[in-house]
Every structure is written in structure tokens, then in C-alpha cells.
Design a protein around this ligand. Structure first.
Ligand code: 8OZ
Length: 366
């Protein structure tokens, strides 16, 4: 992994400069260290095609050093919510091309987040009403978000070992599609209780084959995906997102320190663009040790405000910081962080689904 221009100059005129220093990640030149975090917005159209309004939404936010798109299913089986976009059909590639063109014309950089939801789905969202699939037949607590509202989760079908090469192949294909759609890279979503995270953590993985049991075995599927995706688009264009202690989607692990140290070390040897970490509790885990284990570019995420972002960069504990909700209400978040301008509050009623309202109608400051 190459990260040039990485160290912050000793004579930076103010610590806030840390956020606005350009950085090179693999082949990508980023204009600042403010990342737009991936956020599900549920506004894709028929056949899970991103609509023209998505191009407008991302273009408005193109002053981010890097945009990570909303999670996008790599296959029909990978879908778990209404209105999420895919990256497996010609129409979806064409829809995403509008997005990457708009962001690039505005001078921005954008990577696509590759997603398979595993058990966080419902037969009504699956091809032919099939059961969702997972490492083990363990039903999550809670409800799936279906087209007709919340429905209790069902017990997923345990994937056969012989099916796993097909899943890996879907990731490879999706990464190639992302390249064709003009993305600068891809982020493999291995966080928040979706399929790859379900394999990593032992609350959801009770397998007895080579993909379950030891931390080495539980990390195997993720590392196979990283391998083929890196071959497809170049390791320097591949990031991975983790959430080591996130409980969302009914997740737990008996020893997250050991598991994620192993995962970070293995990922660190692959020449990846970055590791993107959802730090769900700033004090609940040794994030610095995770960055050291990885050894490359680390993107911190999790309710950061300007002061904490500047502090985490200045301390060397992270190299970039991703902001989520602040980017919804503030398309010009980078400018507002720079000037110290007041941030607009985003309306959570329009986070998931709907139209342009709460999506492309948040103004930038004049
Ligand atoms: C919120 C609602 C639906 C999906 C994640 C992709 O948490 C998601 C997601 C978040 O990673």
C-alpha cells in the first residue's frame, strides 16, 4: 500500500489543517481527508437501478475527499431492503455511470460499496421468495424492512460449502461492473452484521467446515473475496469496512480483539487502499491497535465531529475521517468544516426512501 504525502507537516498553521491536507491512497489522489460515509437511502428505481437523482445527490457532495456510496447488492440474493441499488445488471451499471460521471465532472472521487446482506433479508425481497442465506441457520432478533413494512426475520438457510465459490464470484463480477461504471474503486462491506460479518463473528457462524470455528476459518470468506476483487480491479482500489464491536443486526463475538487483530493483519498484507472502521464506541475497543495491526491507511468513522476528527488525525490514530449524517444535511460539509459554519440538522424521517425531499434539497451555503 502506498500512502504518499501522508505525514502532516510540523508547521501546519493550525491543527484543523489536518482535515484538509490532500492524500494519496494507492492510485487515488484525494483533495482532503473528509470522507462521505456509506449511507443507505433506498431511492433506487425498478430493477434496483440508481436513478438520475442519485447522480445529483452525489454530485452535490463531491467536495468530499472520497465518497463511499450506499451499500449496493452484488446479486439479487444479496438484497435485504426495498429500494437499494444493485451492481449486477447492465441497467444498474448504466445508472451508476451517471453517478460517477457527475462526481468526476465535479472533481470528486467515488468508490462503490459491495454488499451481500446474508440473513438480514426476507423471502419477499429474495428471488422466487427463497429463504435468505447465512453461514448458519440462526435467526436474527428483530424485523426485516420489507416493502409492506417490518416483518419478523426468518431463520436463514445455511450456505453449503459448495455454494461459497459462487458468492465469491458474485463479488468479483460486481467489482468488474463497478470498474465498468467508472468507479475509482470498491469498498467491501464486511461490517454491520451483513454476510461477510456474519462469517467473521462466532455469534452468527457455527460452521464446522473450513469457513467456521477458528478465527482463521471465519476470516476465510472475506479474505477470498478480497483476493478476487483485488485481482479484478487492483488492490490499491479496494477498501474494506469493519465494525468489530457493532451490535447492529443482532451481532456478537466471544473475542473481538483476537478476531479483528487477525483480520486486520491479514488485510494489511494485501496492499489494500484502506481499512474503514465503524468505531461504534470510542472507548470500547483498542482502535489504535487495529490500525497498527493493519499498518496501512485507516479511515475512522462513528459520530465524529470536527474537534474529534481533527484530534484523531493529529494524533496519527487515523488517516482520514468519514462523516455520515452530517453529509446528508450539509452537501458542502467540507466547506462548513473549514469555515466553522453552523451545520444543518438532517431530518431522519427522510433518511430511508422517499423522493428528492431530504435527499437533494439541502442547500449549500452561498
Ligand atoms: C441502515 C439501514 C439499512 C442498511 C449498514 C447498509 O448499516 C447498512 C444499512 C443501514 O451498513
Amino acid at each position: 500500500m502506498t500512502v504518499a504525502g501522508f505525514a502532516l507537516p510540523e508547521n501546519a498553521s493550525s491543527h484543523t489543517d489536518a482535515l484538509f491536507m490532500p492524500v494519496r491512497i494507492g492510485p487515488l489522489e484525494l483533495r482532503n481527508r473528509v470522507v462521505m460515509a456509506p449511507m443507505t437511502r433506498n431511492r433506487a428505481g425498478a430493477a434496483d437501478v440508481p436513478q438520475p437523482i442519485a447522480a445529483e445527490y452525489y454530485r452535490q457532495r463531491a467536495t468530499a475527499g472520497l465518497i463511499v456510496t450506499e451499500a449496493s447488492q452484488i446479486s439479487p440474493q444479496g438484497k435485504g431492503y426495498p429500494g437499494t441499488p444493485g451492481i449486477y445488471s447492465r441497467e444498474q451499471i448504466a445508472g451508476w455511470q451517471r453517478v460517477t460521471d457527475a462526481v468526476h465532472r465535479a472533481g470528486g472521487r467515488i468508490v462503490l460499496q459491495l454488499w451481500h446482506v446474508g440473513r438480514i433479508s426476507h423471502p419477499s425481497l429474495q428471488p422466487h421468495g427463497a429463504l435468505p442465506v447465512a453461514p448458519s441457520a440462526i435467526k436474527p432478533m428483530g424485523s426485516a424492512k420489507t416493502a409492506v413494512g417490518p416483518q419478523p426475520f426468518v431463520t436463514p438457510r445455511e450456505l453449503e460449502t459448495a455454494e461459497l465459490p459462487g458468492i465469491v464470484e458474485s463479488y468479483r463480477r460486481a467489482a468488474l461492473n463497478a470498474g465498468e461504471a467508472g468507479f475509482d474503486g470498491v469498498e467491501i462491506h464486511a461490517a454491520n452484521g451483513y454476510l461477510l460479518d456474519q462469517f467473521l463473528r462466532d455469534g452468527t457462524n457455527h460452521r464446522t467446515d473450513a469457513y467456521g470455528g477458528s478465527v482463521e476459518n471465519r476470516a476465510r470468506l472475506l479474505l477470498e473475496v478480497v483476493e478476487v476483487v483485488s485481482k479484478a480491479v487492483g488492490a490499491g482500489r479496494v477498501g474494506v469496512r469493519l465494525s468489530p464491536i457493532g451490535a447492529f443486526n443482532d451481532m456478537k463475538d466471544s473475542d473481538p480483539d483476537a478476531l479483528f487483530r487477525h483480520v486486520a493483519e491479514k488485510l494489511g498484507s494485501r496492499g489494500l487502499a484502506y481499512l474503514h472502521v465503524y468505531e461504534t464506541d470510542p472507548n470500547g475497543f483498542d482502535w489504535a491497535a487495529l490500525k497498527r495491526a493493519f499498518g496501512g491507511c485507516y479511515i475512522a468513522n462513528g459520530a465524529y465531529d470536527k474537534a474529534r476528527a481533527v484530534a484523531v488525525l493529529s494524533s496519527g490514530r487515523a488517516d482520514l475521517v468519514a462523516f455520515g449524517v452530517p453529509f446528508i444535511g450539509n452537501p458542502d460539509l467540507v466547506a462548513r468544516l473549514k469555515t466553522g459554519e453552523q451545520l444543518a440538522e438532517a431530518d431522519s424521517a427522510t433518511f430511508y426512501g422517499g423522493d428528492y425531499r431530504g435527499y437533494t434539497d439541502y442547500p449549500a451555503l452561498a
